[in-house]
Design a protein. Structure first.
Length: 234
């Protein structure tokens, strides 16, 4: 009996193993891990999830939302919120230990560790005594923008200077010259202004005594337009 070549299966008709759906790709499959997610189970780390959360909170320089923290730690948001409240209570000494010199506070929609308010004078002396180096030109320029256009956001300051000012703003905040004074109701961005220590260092009694430099800086409306333009180009 002869075989008709036309009866042989066409390789093109054979199922491609690459095309066979993987059951793991179904609706119940876990989402792929994002680049910033922890590749390990944080509960297996020393101290567990609470310690992992503390480690992250120790390096943030602005309040971080529970949703963001949950993403980084690969934990449910509800559990992270519970852990945040537990840590805050522990730092206040409500879990049987001593009160800490720092506290975990909610600021806006985020959380951050701050030095505890009863120790403000001690911390202030350290910051003032330990930061005697002269400010850089970049820091002086940034401080001038804040002084003349406060309350102002980091984005607005960046729009004036044309560069990122995150690092410089941290320096000015650490030295006690600049502080958060509110939140922009339209964008949610933190607003910054100068402090009483700034006036003291400048030998001023009020901001009204600042030299008339303001006309050389753009007004807030122009800054907002510049910020919107920069964000639209990203």
């Amino acid at each position: 009996m002869t075989t008709d070549p036309t009866d042989e299966p066409d390789p093109a008709d054979e199922p491609d193993l690459m095309d066979v759906p993987d059951p793991a790709d179904g609706p119940g499959a876990p989402a792929p891990a994002a680049a910033d997610e922890v590749p390990v189970d944080v509960d297996t780390l020393p101290g567990g999830a609470a310690a992992a959360l503390e480690a992250v909170l120790m390096v943030v320089d602005e309040p971080v939302s529970a949703v963001r923290l949950a993403t980084v730690l690969s934990l449910p948001t509800a559990r992270v919120e519970d852990l945040l409240h537990e840590l805050a209570a522990e730092y206040r000494g409500e879990r049987g230990g001593r009160p800490r010199g720092f506290e975990l506070r909610r600021a806006g929609d985020g959380w951050r560790i701050y030095s505890a308010s009863p120790y403000a004078d001690v911390v202030g002396r350290f910051v003032v005594d330990g930061q005697t180096a002269r400010l850089t030109q970049a820091a002086l320029e940034t401080l001038a923008v804040v002084a003349y256009r406060q309350p102002v956001s980091r984005g607005q300051v960046s729009a004036v200077r044309g560069v990122s000012v995150d690092g410089v703003m941290r320096t000015l905040t650490t030295r006690g010259l600049v502080a958060e004074v509110g939140t922009d109701p339209a964008t949610g961005a933190h607003l910054y202004g100068t402090t009483g220590y700034f006036l003291e260092r400048m030998g001023l009694t009020s901001l009204d005594e600042l030299p008339p430099l303001a006309p050389y800086l753009p007004d807030i409306e122009a800054l907002e337009g510049a910020v919107d333009g920069r964000e639209g180009m990203r």
